[in-house]
Design a protein around this ligand. Structure first.
Ligand code: V47
Length: 367
Protein backbone atom coordinates (compact mmCIF):
# COMPACT_ATOMS: atom_id res chain seq x y z
CA UNK A 1 0.00 0.00 0.00
CA UNK A 2 0.96 3.60 -0.66
CA UNK A 3 1.65 4.42 2.97
CA UNK A 4 3.88 1.43 3.67
CA UNK A 5 5.88 2.18 0.54
CA UNK A 6 6.65 5.76 1.49
CA UNK A 7 7.53 4.75 5.05
CA UNK A 8 10.50 2.84 3.65
CA UNK A 9 11.67 5.74 1.46
CA UNK A 10 14.80 7.58 2.69
CA UNK A 11 13.25 10.99 1.96
CA UNK A 12 10.30 10.17 4.21
CA UNK A 13 12.55 8.96 7.03
CA UNK A 14 14.50 12.19 6.72
CA UNK A 15 11.41 14.44 6.82
CA UNK A 16 9.89 12.50 9.68
CA UNK A 17 13.16 12.68 11.60
CA UNK A 18 13.35 16.44 11.10
CA UNK A 19 9.75 17.02 12.20
CA UNK A 20 10.14 14.80 15.25
CA UNK A 21 13.30 16.68 16.22
CA UNK A 22 11.59 20.05 15.70
CA UNK A 23 13.90 20.89 12.78
CA UNK A 24 12.91 23.08 9.88
CA UNK A 25 11.91 21.52 6.55
CA UNK A 26 13.58 22.69 3.33
CA UNK A 27 12.18 23.70 -0.06
CA UNK A 28 12.98 20.19 -1.35
CA UNK A 29 11.18 18.61 1.61
CA UNK A 30 8.12 20.71 0.79
CA UNK A 31 8.23 19.56 -2.81
CA UNK A 32 8.57 15.91 -1.77
CA UNK A 33 5.52 16.26 0.44
CA UNK A 34 3.43 17.84 -2.32
CA UNK A 35 4.58 15.16 -4.78
CA UNK A 36 3.68 12.31 -2.45
CA UNK A 37 0.21 10.78 -2.45
CA UNK A 38 0.69 9.31 0.98
CA UNK A 39 -1.89 11.58 2.51
CA UNK A 40 -2.38 9.50 5.65
CA UNK A 41 1.31 9.53 6.58
CA UNK A 42 1.65 13.25 5.80
CA UNK A 43 -1.53 14.06 7.72
CA UNK A 44 -0.45 12.03 10.75
CA UNK A 45 2.91 13.80 10.81
CA UNK A 46 1.23 17.22 10.47
CA UNK A 47 -1.05 16.25 13.31
CA UNK A 48 1.87 15.60 15.63
CA UNK A 49 2.95 19.20 15.01
CA UNK A 50 -0.58 20.47 15.53
CA UNK A 51 -0.80 18.62 18.86
CA UNK A 52 2.61 19.88 19.94
CA UNK A 53 1.45 23.46 19.31
CA UNK A 54 -2.19 23.37 20.32
CA UNK A 55 -2.81 20.12 22.20
CA UNK A 56 -6.28 18.77 21.52
CA UNK A 57 -7.80 22.27 21.27
CA UNK A 58 -9.59 23.28 18.10
CA UNK A 59 -10.70 26.87 17.79
CA UNK A 60 -13.69 28.66 16.34
CA UNK A 61 -14.97 32.22 16.48
CA UNK A 62 -18.36 33.91 16.63
CA UNK A 63 -17.93 36.28 13.71
CA UNK A 64 -19.83 38.17 11.03
CA UNK A 65 -18.51 38.79 7.52
CA UNK A 66 -19.38 41.99 5.65
CA UNK A 67 -18.32 42.65 2.06
CA UNK A 68 -18.96 46.38 1.69
CA UNK A 69 -18.59 46.52 -2.11
CA UNK A 70 -17.80 44.15 -4.97
CA UNK A 71 -16.73 46.91 -7.35
CA UNK A 72 -13.10 46.23 -8.17
CA UNK A 73 -10.59 47.65 -10.61
CA UNK A 74 -8.28 44.63 -10.38
CA UNK A 75 -10.66 42.05 -11.91
CA UNK A 76 -8.53 39.00 -11.09
CA UNK A 77 -9.31 36.05 -13.36
CA UNK A 78 -9.99 33.68 -10.46
CA UNK A 79 -12.55 35.96 -8.81
CA UNK A 80 -16.32 35.84 -9.34
CA UNK A 81 -17.01 38.45 -6.69
CA UNK A 82 -15.42 41.53 -8.31
CA UNK A 83 -17.50 43.55 -10.79
CA UNK A 84 -16.95 46.66 -12.90
CA UNK A 85 -18.65 49.85 -11.80
CA UNK A 86 -21.94 50.05 -13.70
CA UNK A 87 -22.38 46.26 -13.93
CA UNK A 88 -25.97 45.36 -12.93
CA UNK A 89 -24.57 43.05 -10.23
CA UNK A 90 -22.22 45.69 -8.80
CA UNK A 91 -23.03 47.08 -5.34
CA UNK A 92 -21.62 49.27 -2.62
CA UNK A 93 -23.04 49.58 0.88
CA UNK A 94 -23.46 52.85 2.68
CA UNK A 95 -22.07 53.20 6.18
CA UNK A 96 -25.69 53.08 7.43
CA UNK A 97 -26.26 49.75 5.68
CA UNK A 98 -23.09 48.28 7.14
CA UNK A 99 -23.91 49.47 10.63
CA UNK A 100 -27.50 48.22 10.11
CA UNK A 101 -26.19 44.71 9.41
CA UNK A 102 -24.20 44.82 12.63
CA UNK A 103 -27.06 46.31 14.67
CA UNK A 104 -29.46 43.61 13.52
CA UNK A 105 -27.16 41.09 15.22
CA UNK A 106 -26.65 43.12 18.38
CA UNK A 107 -28.21 40.43 20.58
CA UNK A 108 -25.69 37.85 19.37
CA UNK A 109 -22.35 37.46 21.16
CA UNK A 110 -20.32 38.30 18.06
CA UNK A 111 -16.69 39.06 18.86
CA UNK A 112 -15.36 39.83 15.36
CA UNK A 113 -16.57 41.60 12.27
CA UNK A 114 -14.54 40.59 9.21
CA UNK A 115 -14.72 43.25 6.49
CA UNK A 116 -13.25 43.09 3.00
CA UNK A 117 -14.22 44.45 -0.39
CA UNK A 118 -13.01 45.14 -3.90
CA UNK A 119 -10.55 47.85 -4.92
CA UNK A 120 -13.11 50.52 -5.63
CA UNK A 121 -12.21 53.21 -8.21
CA UNK A 122 -13.65 56.20 -6.40
CA UNK A 123 -14.87 55.65 -2.84
CA UNK A 124 -12.99 58.28 -0.83
CA UNK A 125 -10.67 57.47 2.07
CA UNK A 126 -13.15 59.02 4.51
CA UNK A 127 -15.69 56.27 3.58
CA UNK A 128 -13.38 53.62 5.03
CA UNK A 129 -12.51 55.66 8.12
CA UNK A 130 -16.17 56.42 8.81
CA UNK A 131 -17.09 52.76 8.32
CA UNK A 132 -14.66 51.70 11.04
CA UNK A 133 -15.61 54.59 13.33
CA UNK A 134 -19.35 53.95 13.06
CA UNK A 135 -19.01 50.19 13.59
CA UNK A 136 -16.94 50.86 16.70
CA UNK A 137 -19.58 53.31 17.91
CA UNK A 138 -22.36 50.79 17.33
CA UNK A 139 -20.57 47.86 19.01
CA UNK A 140 -17.43 49.03 20.82
CA UNK A 141 -16.67 45.55 22.15
CA UNK A 142 -16.32 43.97 18.70
CA UNK A 143 -12.88 43.42 17.16
CA UNK A 144 -12.67 44.81 13.63
CA UNK A 145 -10.71 42.42 11.38
CA UNK A 146 -10.72 44.45 8.19
CA UNK A 147 -9.00 45.23 4.90
CA UNK A 148 -6.53 42.89 3.25
CA UNK A 149 -3.00 44.10 2.47
CA UNK A 150 -4.29 44.90 -1.04
CA UNK A 151 -6.94 47.26 0.36
CA UNK A 152 -4.47 48.83 2.81
CA UNK A 153 -2.06 49.64 -0.05
CA UNK A 154 -4.99 51.18 -1.94
CA UNK A 155 -6.08 53.23 1.08
CA UNK A 156 -2.52 54.52 1.50
CA UNK A 157 -2.53 55.59 -2.13
CA UNK A 158 -5.86 57.42 -2.03
CA UNK A 159 -5.11 59.09 1.29
CA UNK A 160 -1.65 60.21 0.18
CA UNK A 161 -0.11 58.65 3.29
CA UNK A 162 2.54 56.01 3.84
CA UNK A 163 1.40 52.45 4.62
CA UNK A 164 2.54 52.97 8.19
CA UNK A 165 0.59 56.23 8.65
CA UNK A 166 -2.50 54.70 7.05
CA UNK A 167 -2.39 51.74 9.42
CA UNK A 168 -1.85 54.02 12.44
CA UNK A 169 -4.74 56.18 11.33
CA UNK A 170 -7.08 53.21 10.91
CA UNK A 171 -5.97 51.68 14.17
CA UNK A 172 -6.69 54.98 15.89
CA UNK A 173 -10.22 54.75 14.50
CA UNK A 174 -10.83 51.17 15.64
CA UNK A 175 -9.16 48.73 13.25
CA UNK A 176 -7.94 45.68 15.17
CA UNK A 177 -6.19 43.34 12.71
CA UNK A 178 -5.87 42.48 9.02
CA UNK A 179 -7.36 39.43 7.31
CA UNK A 180 -5.03 37.36 5.13
CA UNK A 181 -6.73 37.63 1.73
CA UNK A 182 -5.23 38.89 -1.49
CA UNK A 183 -1.97 36.95 -1.19
CA UNK A 184 -3.05 34.37 -3.85
CA UNK A 185 0.25 32.77 -4.97
CA UNK A 186 3.37 34.95 -4.86
CA UNK A 187 4.86 33.55 -8.10
CA UNK A 188 5.40 36.20 -10.83
CA UNK A 189 4.07 33.71 -13.43
CA UNK A 190 0.77 33.36 -11.56
CA UNK A 191 0.46 37.11 -10.93
CA UNK A 192 0.99 37.87 -14.58
CA UNK A 193 -1.50 35.26 -15.77
CA UNK A 194 -4.21 35.60 -13.13
CA UNK A 195 -4.02 38.96 -11.43
CA UNK A 196 -1.67 41.37 -13.24
CA UNK A 197 -3.26 44.50 -11.74
CA UNK A 198 -3.15 43.32 -8.16
CA UNK A 199 -0.69 44.57 -5.52
CA UNK A 200 2.62 42.74 -6.04
CA UNK A 201 3.82 39.96 -3.70
CA UNK A 202 6.50 42.35 -2.40
CA UNK A 203 3.81 44.95 -1.75
CA UNK A 204 1.61 42.40 0.06
CA UNK A 205 4.49 41.28 2.28
CA UNK A 206 5.55 44.88 2.94
CA UNK A 207 2.06 45.77 4.23
CA UNK A 208 2.11 42.69 6.49
CA UNK A 209 5.57 43.55 7.83
CA UNK A 210 4.62 47.18 8.43
CA UNK A 211 1.46 46.12 10.27
CA UNK A 212 3.42 43.68 12.41
CA UNK A 213 6.07 46.28 13.26
CA UNK A 214 3.25 48.53 14.50
CA UNK A 215 1.89 45.68 16.62
CA UNK A 216 -1.06 44.97 14.32
CA UNK A 217 -1.52 41.22 13.80
CA UNK A 218 -2.60 39.70 10.51
CA UNK A 219 -3.32 36.41 8.78
CA UNK A 220 -1.97 34.90 5.57
CA UNK A 221 -3.60 32.86 2.80
CA UNK A 222 -2.74 30.94 -0.37
CA UNK A 223 -5.24 30.35 -3.17
CA UNK A 224 -4.57 26.83 -4.49
CA UNK A 225 -6.13 24.44 -6.97
CA UNK A 226 -5.92 26.46 -10.23
CA UNK A 227 -2.79 26.67 -12.41
CA UNK A 228 -0.12 26.83 -9.71
CA UNK A 229 2.69 24.26 -9.48
CA UNK A 230 4.00 22.48 -6.38
CA UNK A 231 7.15 24.61 -6.64
CA UNK A 232 5.04 27.77 -6.61
CA UNK A 233 3.10 26.61 -3.55
CA UNK A 234 6.27 25.82 -1.64
CA UNK A 235 7.83 29.14 -2.70
CA UNK A 236 4.74 30.94 -1.39
CA UNK A 237 4.78 29.13 1.95
CA UNK A 238 8.49 29.74 2.47
CA UNK A 239 8.11 33.47 1.70
CA UNK A 240 5.49 33.60 4.46
CA UNK A 241 7.75 31.63 6.80
CA UNK A 242 10.65 34.05 6.22
CA UNK A 243 8.37 37.02 6.91
CA UNK A 244 7.12 35.39 10.09
CA UNK A 245 10.74 34.83 11.19
CA UNK A 246 11.27 38.57 10.86
CA UNK A 247 8.11 39.83 12.53
CA UNK A 248 6.17 37.09 14.34
CA UNK A 249 2.98 38.97 13.48
CA UNK A 250 0.99 36.30 11.61
CA UNK A 251 -1.65 34.54 13.66
CA UNK A 252 -2.90 31.93 11.23
CA UNK A 253 -2.50 30.58 7.74
CA UNK A 254 -5.58 29.73 5.69
CA UNK A 255 -5.25 27.64 2.51
CA UNK A 256 -8.07 28.82 0.18
CA UNK A 257 -9.52 26.18 -2.16
CA UNK A 258 -10.16 27.65 -5.60
CA UNK A 259 -13.83 27.74 -6.69
CA UNK A 260 -14.00 28.10 -10.49
CA UNK A 261 -17.69 28.74 -11.21
CA UNK A 262 -18.53 32.17 -12.71
CA UNK A 263 -14.82 33.01 -13.04
CA UNK A 264 -12.67 33.29 -16.17
CA UNK A 265 -11.19 29.93 -15.14
CA UNK A 266 -14.54 28.14 -15.11
CA UNK A 267 -13.15 25.36 -17.30
CA UNK A 268 -11.06 24.20 -14.33
CA UNK A 269 -12.41 21.67 -11.85
CA UNK A 270 -13.04 22.17 -8.16
CA UNK A 271 -10.32 21.03 -5.81
CA UNK A 272 -10.47 17.46 -4.50
CA UNK A 273 -10.59 16.35 -0.88
CA UNK A 274 -7.14 14.86 -1.30
CA UNK A 275 -5.65 18.14 -2.46
CA UNK A 276 -7.47 20.10 0.26
CA UNK A 277 -6.11 17.86 3.02
CA UNK A 278 -2.64 17.86 1.51
CA UNK A 279 -2.53 21.66 1.51
CA UNK A 280 -3.54 21.80 5.15
CA UNK A 281 -0.99 19.17 6.17
CA UNK A 282 1.94 20.52 4.12
CA UNK A 283 1.24 24.04 5.39
CA UNK A 284 1.31 22.76 8.99
CA UNK A 285 4.65 21.05 8.34
CA UNK A 286 6.37 23.91 6.47
CA UNK A 287 4.98 26.85 8.47
CA UNK A 288 6.68 25.82 11.70
CA UNK A 289 6.51 29.40 13.03
CA UNK A 290 2.75 29.91 12.45
CA UNK A 291 0.73 29.25 15.60
CA UNK A 292 -2.48 28.28 13.77
CA UNK A 293 -3.68 26.65 10.53
CA UNK A 294 -7.32 27.20 9.60
CA UNK A 295 -9.53 24.73 7.78
CA UNK A 296 -11.95 27.28 6.34
CA UNK A 297 -15.20 25.32 6.27
CA UNK A 298 -16.85 27.68 3.78
CA UNK A 299 -14.37 26.67 1.08
CA UNK A 300 -13.73 22.98 1.79
CA UNK A 301 -17.09 22.11 3.35
CA UNK A 302 -17.78 21.35 7.01
CA UNK A 303 -17.26 17.60 6.65
CA UNK A 304 -13.77 17.88 5.19
CA UNK A 305 -12.88 20.76 7.52
CA UNK A 306 -13.73 18.43 10.40
CA UNK A 307 -11.39 15.76 9.04
CA UNK A 308 -8.71 18.41 8.49
CA UNK A 309 -8.62 18.83 12.29
CA UNK A 310 -6.72 15.52 12.26
CA UNK A 311 -4.48 16.56 9.35
CA UNK A 312 -2.80 19.61 10.91
CA UNK A 313 -5.57 22.22 11.21
CA UNK A 314 -6.56 23.58 14.63
CA UNK A 315 -9.19 26.14 13.67
CA UNK A 316 -12.45 26.08 11.68
CA UNK A 317 -12.88 29.89 11.46
CA UNK A 318 -16.39 30.84 12.42
CA UNK A 319 -20.09 31.42 12.24
CA UNK A 320 -19.56 33.86 9.29
CA UNK A 321 -23.34 34.53 8.88
CA UNK A 322 -23.16 35.81 5.30
CA UNK A 323 -20.34 34.90 2.88
CA UNK A 324 -20.17 36.29 -0.63
CA UNK A 325 -16.71 35.72 -2.19
CA UNK A 326 -16.83 31.92 -2.33
CA UNK A 327 -20.58 31.71 -2.91
CA UNK A 328 -20.40 33.95 -5.98
CA UNK A 329 -17.87 31.39 -7.29
CA UNK A 330 -20.26 28.48 -6.81
CA UNK A 331 -19.69 27.32 -3.22
CA UNK A 332 -22.49 25.01 -2.12
CA UNK A 333 -21.76 25.28 1.58
CA UNK A 334 -24.14 27.16 3.89
CA UNK A 335 -23.79 30.93 4.27
CA UNK A 336 -23.18 30.56 7.97
CA UNK A 337 -22.98 28.07 10.81
CA UNK A 338 -24.18 28.10 14.40
CA UNK A 339 -21.86 27.89 17.35
CA UNK A 340 -23.48 24.58 18.32
CA UNK A 341 -22.72 23.13 14.88
CA UNK A 342 -19.09 24.24 15.03
CA UNK A 343 -18.69 22.74 18.50
CA UNK A 344 -20.24 19.46 17.42
CA UNK A 345 -17.92 19.16 14.41
CA UNK A 346 -14.91 19.75 16.66
CA UNK A 347 -16.10 17.37 19.40
CA UNK A 348 -16.76 14.54 17.00
CA UNK A 349 -13.28 15.00 15.50
CA UNK A 350 -11.91 14.12 18.95
CA UNK A 351 -10.84 17.68 19.82
CA UNK A 352 -11.87 20.13 22.53
CA UNK A 353 -13.83 23.07 21.10
CA UNK A 354 -12.48 26.42 22.23
CA UNK A 355 -14.18 29.66 21.34
CA UNK A 356 -11.57 32.35 20.65
CA UNK A 357 -11.56 35.98 19.71
CA UNK A 358 -9.64 37.26 16.68
CA UNK A 359 -6.35 37.40 18.60
CA UNK A 360 -6.82 33.85 19.96
CA UNK A 361 -7.78 34.94 23.45
CA UNK A 362 -10.18 32.38 24.86
CA UNK A 363 -13.78 33.57 25.07
CA UNK A 364 -15.86 32.16 27.88
CA UNK A 365 -18.37 29.89 26.24
CA UNK A 366 -21.83 31.39 26.44
CA UNK A 367 -25.06 29.43 26.34
O1 V47 B 1 -8.80 37.54 -0.93
C1 V47 B 1 -11.15 35.01 -4.49
C2 V47 B 1 -9.85 34.43 -2.38
C3 V47 B 1 -10.06 35.56 -0.39
C4 V47 B 1 -11.85 33.05 -5.05
O2 V47 B 1 -7.78 36.16 7.35
C5 V47 B 1 -11.15 32.94 -3.84
O3 V47 B 1 -9.16 35.44 8.83
C6 V47 B 1 -11.56 30.68 -3.80
O4 V47 B 1 -9.04 35.75 2.53
N1 V47 B 1 -12.21 30.73 -4.98
C7 V47 B 1 -11.09 35.94 0.67
N2 V47 B 1 -11.01 31.78 -3.21
C8 V47 B 1 -11.14 34.94 1.82
C9 V47 B 1 -10.06 35.18 2.83
C10 V47 B 1 -10.24 34.75 4.24
C11 V47 B 1 -11.22 33.84 4.56
C12 V47 B 1 -11.38 33.45 5.89
C13 V47 B 1 -10.60 33.98 6.89
C14 V47 B 1 -9.62 34.91 6.55
C15 V47 B 1 -8.79 35.54 7.63
C16 V47 B 1 -9.42 35.30 5.22
O5 V47 B 1 -10.61 34.53 -1.18
C17 V47 B 1 -9.68 36.58 -1.41
C18 V47 B 1 -9.05 35.73 -2.49
O6 V47 B 1 -7.73 35.42 -2.14
N3 V47 B 1 -10.72 34.17 -3.54
N4 V47 B 1 -11.84 34.33 -5.43
C19 V47 B 1 -12.39 31.88 -5.63
N5 V47 B 1 -13.03 31.91 -6.80
Amino acid sequence: MNMDRSKREPWWQEIRGKVEAGERLSFEDGLRLYQSNDILAIGALANTVRRRLNGDKAFYIYNQHINYSNICVNRCRFCAFGKDKGDPAAYEMSTEEIVGKIQRRRHEPITEVHIVGGIHPDLPYRYYVEMIREIKKARPEIHIHAFTAVEIAHLAKISGQTISDTLCDLRGTGLGSLPGGGAEVFSPRIRERLCPKKLSPEGWLEVAKTAHRLGIKSNATMLYGHIESAEERVGHLLALRRTQDETGGFMSFIPLAFHPRNTELSDLSNTTGFNDLKNIAVARLLLDNFPHIKAYWVMIGPKLAQIALNFGADDLDGTIIEEKITHMAGAETAQGMTRAELRRLIHEAGCTPVERDTLYNIVEAQP
